[in-house]
Design a binder for this molecule. Structure first.
Ligand code: SAH
Length: 274
């Protein structure tokens, strides 16, 4: 196929292999996947509370979760998240519903957590930051998420975006996300697709925002063409060294690219997994 030149072509980063490691997959752990590595405003918990209090196993987290979410949102504010739409969306969505029951008591820590199939639910700060940057100064009506995972980020998006499309390539996670979205106050608000998000969703384009939750060595070019003019895409990019990249479509054939924080995401993979 005669591919047009990538609109943001630049010398590609060298892709070094990552070392084998955890149950999450080579080089990834619950502590380092879909998380920020360093930030301009490093956040430290007060020394006498290294971790948010974990709910006793016998307590129904559903009853406690409003308070735990309030603490999570307070932490996000302290970490520099200011977009009230995003903060109230994070307050509204019960993150514990999107993780395995055994991890529910940790759902409001500022950490990525395993969701099976070697994937993770993104760190709350990462979710909040990506959504805030994507929608900054805009009122997106139609947004695409690539890498729905367990559905959490899509549910958060659906609190303030009327039309949310989300794609997941792992069949088991796609099915899990459907169940979670039904329980997580996002029933019917997220249109979930099982497929390869590297192709985007041509028949629903253009989008007022695109959020990619897995890192490709390079951001797929096709996605840039599915952005509306003026809209923004946010995605991690890179292999061993990854960065969050913000791309704004500034015209029919012009895009502006900005490199943000160092992050560690699970990989963006082609095709589907059944
Ligand atoms: N959005 C999630 C994060 C999930 S982790 C959250 O709310 O926390 C990233 C997800 O991207 C994984 O589930 C992985 O299977 C998926 N993924 C990777 N490559 C993909 C592709 N090409 N298309 C769709 N999903 C993809």
């Amino acid at each position: 196929m005669n591919k047009p030149r990538h609109p943001l072509d630049k010398p590609s980063r060298s892709a070094r292999s990552v070392s084998a490691g955890s149950a999450l997959g080579p080089g990834y752990s619950a502590a380092n996947s879909n998380t920020r590595i360093h930030g301009p405003r490093p956040f430290t918990l007060p020394s006498n509370s290294a971790k948010p209090p974990a709910a006793p196993a016998t307590v129904n987290l559903g009853l406690n979760s409003d308070r735990l979410r309030l603490q999570m949102v307070q932490r996000l504010r302290e970490q520099g998240i200011t977009d009230e739409r995003v903060l109230s969306a994070m307050q509204a969505v019960p993150r514990h519903v999107f993780v395995d029951q055994g991890l529910a008591s940790r759902a409001y820590e500022d950490a990525a957590l395993p969701i099976g199939y070697g994937q993770t639910i993104s760190q709350p700060w990462v979710v909040a930051h990506m959504l805030a940057v994507m929608s900054d100064g805009r009122t997106p009506e139609r947004v695409l998420e690539i890498g729905a995972g367990c559905g959490y980020q899509a549910a958060v998006l659906a609190q303030f975006v009327p039309e949310v499309y989300a794609i997941e390539r792992v069949r088991g996670l796609y099915e899990q996300a459907r169940l979670n979205l039904a329980q997580g106050r996002a029933r019917g608000r997220v249109r979930l697709t099982f497929g390869d998000g590297m192709q985007g969703l041509e028949h629903r384009a253009p989008f007022d925002g695109i959020v990619v939750a897995a890192a490709g060595v390079k951001i797929p070019e096709v996605l840039l063409h599915q952005l509306a003019v003026g809209a923004r895409l946010i995605a991690p990019e890179g292999a061993a060294h990854q960065r969050l990249i913000l791309i704004e479509r500034t015209g029919p054939s012009s895009w502006h690219r900005l490199e943000l924080e160092d992050v560690r995401f699970v990989p963006l993979r082609p095709g589907t997994q059944t």
